[in-house]
Write a protein that binds this ligand. Structure first.
Ligand code: BT5
Length: 323
């Protein structure tokens, strides 16, 4: 049965309700087949009221990313040359890693409306309700493995820049992978890599941005530290346009990374909210405090300790301490 035909029938019903029998007759299928299709539409985010004596009524349509519109006028050379769009994924990063292993080209983008097992770093979860952005980009840069962290910095620059251009909001980057607005987390990046000897085979750059998120949809303990673009700006944002801006910024900064990566580091410094601040760093070997002074060419954070020495941090969680 054609889903779009059923949707047209439901959408054009002026009285609101259409009986299952009428739908079955119009579509030339059984009432059970209609019911099954209705369930599938609901799974896709359509809200359909079913009243036994009246029939079905379409009450709301999902806010979808419009891939056709995204592709039209997408001004990129590499990122988004191939776009794969799924309704739901366990994790777009996991999906993209599989596609990369199977040979998907540089710049392939994987987008999902929702994730059932969205991943953060170190086994943490990324809450992924509908209405937000979840994407992963497969990149095949010719870089030695130890330079991989700079890809996360590049991604953060692109996302912060896209949010700024699209909304005018003051999006900043907290080392290494958080996108913050007004001190709260509006997005995060997760880079996963496959390497051979000391060269990168491929990298998957995963990006989550809270766009039209209602903080009440987040688990306890996360809602307090999170925000969304809609919460900061008011109204509902057009995710397709924002996504296009993200892909265009990624394309631009990826090209920059392959050419003159000092420009990426400079852009990161201009957008970051970590340097110059008193911070606490927690990592594998406990927590320590200091002043974040700089990042090095490998994307590692330099932290000045009270004894005057500098510690170089390759991985960890940073908390900005209030003055
Ligand atoms: C991150 O990890 O911030 C990386 C997030 C990457 C998500 C994208 S979505 C597309 C792609 N596919 C995936 O499966 N992942 C990527 P981390 O720094 O470890 O932060 C995780 C922590 O952020 C959690 O432990 C929560 O405290 C918090 N958190 C979870 N969901 C959140 C949300 N939607 N908004 C703000 N904070 C959240």
């Amino acid at each position: 049965m054609d889903k779009s035909h059923l949707l047209r029938l439901l959408g054009s019903a002026s009285a609101g309700y259409v009986s299952g029998a009428d739908l079955a007759a119009a579509l030339g299928v059984s009432r059970t087949a209609v019911w099954k299709q209705i369930r599938l539409l609901e799974r896709d985010g359509y809200r359909i009221e079913a009243v036994p004596s009246k029939g079905y009524r379409l009450t709301s349509v999902p806010d979808r990313i419009d891939i056709g519109r995204l592709r039209t006028g997408l001004a990129t050379a590499v990122v988004g040359r191939e776009i794969s769009y799924v309704e739901s994924s366990v994790s777009t990063n996991t999906l993209a890693m599989g596609m990369a292993t199977d040979g998907a080209p540089d710049g392939t983008v994987v987008i999902a409306e929702t994730q059932t097992g969205g991943k953060g770093r170190l086994g943490r979860t990324w809450a992924s309700p509908r209405g937000n952005l979840f994407l992963s980009v497969i990149l095949r840069p010719s870089l030695p493995t130890h330079r991989a962290p700079i890809i996360t910095l590049m991604g953060a620059v692109a996302v912060a820049a896209a949010i700024r251009t699209y909304t005018g909001l003051n999006a900043g980057i907290k080392w290494p992978n958080d996108i913050l607005i007004g001190g709260r987390k509006a997005g995060g990046l997760l880079t996963e890599m496959s390497a051979e000897q000391d060269r990168i085979r491929h990298v998957v750059l995963g990006i989550g941005v809270n766009v039209n998120l209602d903080r009440a949809e987040l688990p306890d303990g996360v809602a307090e530290t999170a925000t969304s673009l809609a919460a900061e700006q008011g109204g509902t944002l057009d995710r397709t346009t924002l996504l296009r801006a993200v892909l265009e910024e990624l394309d631009r900064w990826y090209a920059c990374l392959l050419g003159d990566e000092t420009a990426v580091l400079e852009a990161w410094k201009a957008l970051n909210v970590t340097l110059g601040r008193a911070i606490a760093v927690s990592g594998q070997d406990g927590t320590f405090t200091g002043i974040a002074t700089d990042i090095d060419t490998e994307g590692r954070l330099l932290v000045l300790l009270t004894d005057g020495t500098t510690r170089t941090v390759a991985a960890g969680d940073v908390t900005i301490l209030k003055r």
